[in-house]
Design a binder for this molecule. Structure first.
Ligand code: SIN
Length: 308
């Protein structure tokens, strides 16, 4: 039809090479979850891991961004000990932690809950000056059906933008806001949300309602040197130096682009599954599709560096 203009372009093939060619490992068995990111790791007991086995897990995490370990048997203290091997642990001031294990946040969904924790695409805590590099979640109780978590590879999100868009975004930074995610006007801050979820959230510890931190729109991973898109709609309020109104059209485009199905994988949980992910290059989304069932996760975050 003359004058007809397609309103979208087909997604170009996206390649994250380690998914097609996993490395060689002596102690662990690594099976990719999708073409984009994620691997299942078997043949290892995370509570009894020597230095060589730990080094293989560190290498696999750099390659696959998300690792899921089925059939683990980890009490909170053992999970804390494993997490500490990746670096100092961080407090999470936005949800209640376990009384005897302040490093562990328990994410609980009861059968009557309407809302869940983590039910939006995000990277963990970009509203910190130094956001956590790794999040590690152990499933204590899994729903019979549903309750999966999806992940999206943000290297691919960045690398599949056009040259012109990357040139535009490269020098830009964005403001990441606590109020946007946990303030009284946010979805999570509303009374209706709080009344219908079993994971208490709020702004505690040293965090402040008006905390905002400026981070690059594309951050460079310290281990791989690759750039990853680093904006998510839970926290990115606007580009630095611009109004929200000016920022939103481009932010909305980036949020939609960042989670294209070609960039994702999906983790299915069973009691005893531990999954860890690298927040510097992956986003995640907890599916809220298991009403009437219980789900309990124990979550730990590991200190990261200031994004550059
Ligand atoms: C989150 O850390 O956002 C929650 C992940 C999950 O419960 O699957």
């Amino acid at each position: 039809m003359p004058g007809y203009q397609q309103t979208y372009e087909m997604q170009r093939a996206a390649l994250h090479a380690p998914q097609q060619h996993p490395g060689h490992y002596d102690q662990i068995a690594v099976t990719p979850l999708s073409g984009a990111l994620g691997a299942r790791v078997e043949g290892v007991d995370l509570s009894d891991l020597d230095e060589a086995g730990f080094a293989e897990i560190e290498r696999a995490l750099v390659d696959h961004l998300v690792l899921t370990f089925p059939d683990q048997d980890l009490e909170p203290a053992a999970q804390v000990a494993f997490a500490r091997r990746f670096g100092p642990l961080m407090d999470y001031p936005f949800a209640k932690t376990m009384a005897e294990h302040p490093e562990v946040t328990e994410l609980i969904s009861e059968p009557d809950d309407v809302f869940n924790f983590g039910g939006s695409w995000h990277s963990d805590s970009p509203n910190f000056d130094r956001p956590p590099k790794i999040t590690m979640t152990y499933c204590a109780v899994a729903p019979e059906t549903g309750g999966d978590t999806s992940f999206a590879n943000q290297y691919l999100a960045w690398e599949t933008l056009s040259d012109g868009m990357r040139r535009l975004l490269e020098p830009m930074t964005a403001m990441h806001s606590t109020a946007l995610s946990y303030g009284t006007d946010s979805a999570v801050g509303q009374t209706a949300f709080k009344a219908q979820t079993s994971t208490p959230t709020g702004i505690g510890g040293n965090a402040r309602h008006d905390d905002e931190f400026e981070h690059p729109v594309a951050r460079t991973h310290p281990d791989t040197g690759r750039k990853a898109l680093y904006v998510c709609d839970s926290y990115a309020a606007r580009f630095a130096g611009m109004t929200q109104e000016e920022s939103l059209p481009l932010l909305r485009y980036l949020w939609a682009h960042a989670i294209l199905p070609e960039f994702t994988c999906r983790v299915h949980w069973q009691a005893g599954t531990l999954t860890m992910w690298d927040n510097r290059c992956a986003m995640h989304y907890a599916h809220n599709d298991y009403p009437g069932q219980r789900r309990v996760m124990r979550r730990i975050i590991v200190e990261g560096e200031k994004p550059v």
